[in-house]
Write a protein of this length. Structure first.
Length: 282
């Protein structure tokens, strides 16, 4: 890819503040590179990936990936090993042979929906069910948490083409950086994972503030970062990851409606007009 072979020397955004070393920086991708390959692989024949930026209301065909010189080789490897590889191989990847969703999505659907829809249960439309990471040991929640925090942390930097920097407080960004290098969890915050059980969606929303909360979405899972002192303390007191898996039909449907409404109301360039989203509902 053009520009990726160019060597850029500088301070790595992840390890540089600690060691002060100037290193060769990789062209770090906002979304892991394999996600672009995955989305390209499963798009309909004759169509293209589409992008709608915050700075420009138009929807257009995305001819290249979003990246910038940000991390050194060592830290790129750390991000992959601690979270991205698990996300790509287990959380995102579908079962092509049997035409099934990812294994993590299947675990969430079978474990949570059985409780949420139980005839004698206390849940149902308009009510919310949340379970901690310790309830679903088959999911590697520590690695999923690392991936999510990494996405939110990267989103705080200027320089991503088409993506405005997320305005998080400096101490939050620093706690994220330290966690990604092997430090403690982000104090007083939880990651909330909300699966879309009611609507199929095959797109991505880069990190933004939604009603003041950091949010992003990739395919069937929505991710939120919430300040929640009590839930954080409860999770860490049980030596669990401060991450909640949540069935919330109203929040899930709202995320879907926002995604589709933004697509519909935006102006489409000529390059994008021929590619319609087949999963848009009424």
């Amino acid at each position: 890819m053009e520009g990726e072979v160019d060597k850029v020397m500088g301070l790595c955004a992840l390890c540089g503040p600690d060691n002060g070393e100037t290193r060769t920086l990789r062209q770090s991708h906002f979304l892991p590179k394999a996600i672009y390959r995955y989305l390209n692989r499963f798009k309909a024949k004759g169509t293209k990936l589409l992008l709608r930026s915050q700075e420009n209301e138009k929807v257009f065909s995305m001819g290249r990936q979003v990246f910038q010189a940000l991390l050194c080789d060592t830290c790129e490897g750390l991000m992959s090993a601690e979270g991205e590889d698990y996300y790509l191989s287990t959380v995102l990847k579908i079962n092509e042979e049997e035409k099934l969703p990812s294994s993590v999505y299947q675990i969430l659907r079978s474990s949570l929906m059985a409780v949420w829809t139980a005839p004698l249960g206390d849940y149902g439309p308009g009510l919310i069910l949340s379970v901690g990471s310790n309830v679903l040991p088959a999911i590697k929640s520590q690695q999923l948490y690392h991936f999510v925090i990494g996405m939110f942390w990267k989103s705080t930097f200027e320089g991503w083409e088409h993506c405005a920097a997320m305005p998080l407080e400096s101490h939050v960004k620093e706690e994220m950086r330290k966690f990604l290098r092997g430090g403690d969890f982000l104090q007083g915050y939880i990651v909330r994972v909300v699966p879309s059980f009611w609507r199929a969606k095959f797109g991505a929303v880069f990190p933004v503030l939604d009603q003041g909360q950091p949010f992003f979405s990739i395919d069937q899972l929505d991710f939120y970062l919430e300040k929640a002192e009590q839930q954080f303390r409860s999770a860490t007191s049980m030596e669990a990851v401060p991450l909640l898996y949540t069935v919330d039909s109203m929040r899930s449907q709202r995320a879907y409606r926002i995604m589709t409404a933004n697509y519909r109301k935006a102006e489409h360039t000529k390059s994008a007009a021929k590619t319609q989203l087949s999963w848009l509902g009424d």
